[in-house]
Design a protein around this ligand. Structure first.
Ligand SMILES: *Cc1c(COP(=O)(O)O)cnc(C)c1O
Length: 388
């Protein structure tokens, strides 16, 4: 089809031309004496994106899923008891990883679309006087449902319970788009990947470990090899990587971090809040339901929209793709067919989103969901105008 494809899945997100051009470069020697300047700049400039000055970041050729494994195997031991909240497909997969690696996972299950009360975790931790629970596994932004968790509140509840469990936070669809304060929230391991807020192709996994988490890497009982942080520490300290790093991704990350610095993190967060609210207003104008029940916890990076009973969200997605050249996110796991998702993160502005909302209205019609044409677009336009 002529014209640009409209990519509105919540990852991979749109890669800016600047980042594409930066990645389109000849390979070079990653052991040269010039190389540490690149490594050191990346490791320095990525820290503010995590909201940290004291945590230690690492980069791997991998995706977010691999970073779950990095977090677990470098700080815990087989058989350790951990507590996790399941409220959508990504928290489910995080739990699945923990179980497959051999942790004993205590799961707090919620309806998909619900958000959890940090106090419930605090109460459970307060009961655990022997401190059997070694870590808490949570997803900051559940991409499957569009629910954002209150991590600051969670840290308060953990502190009130005086519990020493490590706090692992998956920020794959939040870090770089939503405010993330690793130090202030006491996040021990923050996890992300390149293909969402960082506006890059998938392939670069990123983790950031608090000083407490860093102390555990010597004593963690898991066997590890590729994902072992110890050789990373040794080589990163010299400005190198133990294995061949994905050079194109490192060049891309340099450019993406430059772009993020130019815009400013606070402006990036405010832009996502504004763009996200426009989508929510459009959904309200369509009189459709947003999967995330609590309006306070609705995500500024992704909105999951519930289709009316008897309709199939897969038809909306397929019409959008085949007829209107737009990719919408599918319903994951048990939400398959029930919701479609609009990703609104990364390199995005009002014009792109108004286009996507207009095409979504057409695809809804194609699938037999006759929302008034233009109603969602107009609601978003009004919001973008008044919030300017
Ligand atoms: C995208 C995503 C992941 C990671 O998926 P990969 O495909 O391994 O990069 C993990 N958690 C959340 C919340 C995500 O949105």
């Amino acid at each position: 089809m002529p014209g640009r494809h409209h990519l509105f899945v919540p990852g991979p997100s749109n890669v800016p031309d600047r980042v594409l051009r930066a990645m389109h470069r000849a390979q070079e020697d990653h052991r040269s004496s010039a190389f540490p300047a690149l490594t050191e700049g990346l490791l320095r400039d990525i820290r503010p994106v995590f909201g940290s000055t004291v945590a230690r970041p690492f980069l791997f050729s991998a995706t977010g899923t691999g970073m779950w494994e990095v977090a677990i195997t470098n700080t815990l031991s087989p058989g350790d008891h951990v507590l996790a909240v399941r409220l959508g497909q990504f928290s489910h997969l995080f739990i699945d990883t923990a179980e497959k690696l051999g942790l004993k996972v205590e799961v707090m299950d919620l309806e998909w679309g619900e958000s959890f009360d940090p106090q419930a975790i605090g109460d459970r931790l307060a009961e655990d006087r022997a401190h059997a629970i070694k870590a808490l596994l949570v997803v900051h932004n559940e991409t499957a449902t569009g629910v954002t968790t209150d991590i600051a509140g969670l840290r308060e509840a953990m502190d009130a319970a005086k519990h020493p469990a490590l706090l692992f936070v998956d920020g794959v669809s939040s870090i770089g788009s939503l405010e993330f304060r690793q130090d202030a929230w006491g996040v021990d391991v923050a996890i992300t990947g390149s293909q969402k807020g960082f506006m890059m192709p998938a392939g670069l996994g990123m983790v950031s470990l608090s000083p407490t988490a860093m102390e555990r890497i010597e004593t963690a009982g898991f066997k590890r090899h590729y994902f072992d942080l110890r050789p990373q520490v040794l080589h990163n300290d010299q400005g190198y990587f133990p294995y061949t790093p994905p050079l194109a991704h490192l060049f891309g990350l340099r450019e993406a971090l430059d772009m993020m610095q130019e815009e400013g993190l606070a402006n990036i967060h405010a832009r996502h809040a504004r763009l996200g609210e426009g989508v929510r207003r459009a959904v309200a104008a369509w009189e459709l339901r947003i999967c995330a029940r609590d309006p306070e916890r609705r995500s500024n990076t992704v909105t999951a929209i519930v289709v009316p009973d008897g309709k199939d969200a897969r038809h909306v997605i397929d019409h959008a793709y085949r007829r209107w050249d737009m990719a919408l996110g599918s319903g994951l796991g048990r939400l398959n067919g029930k919701v479609f998702r609009i990703g609104h993160l990364g390199d995005l502005n009002e014009g792109m989103l108004l286009g996507a909302l207009g095409l979504t209205e057409l695809a809804l019609h194609d699938a037999g969901i006759a929302v008034p044409l233009g109603a969602g677009v107009a609601a978003a336009q009004r919001w973008y105008r008044e919030s300017e």
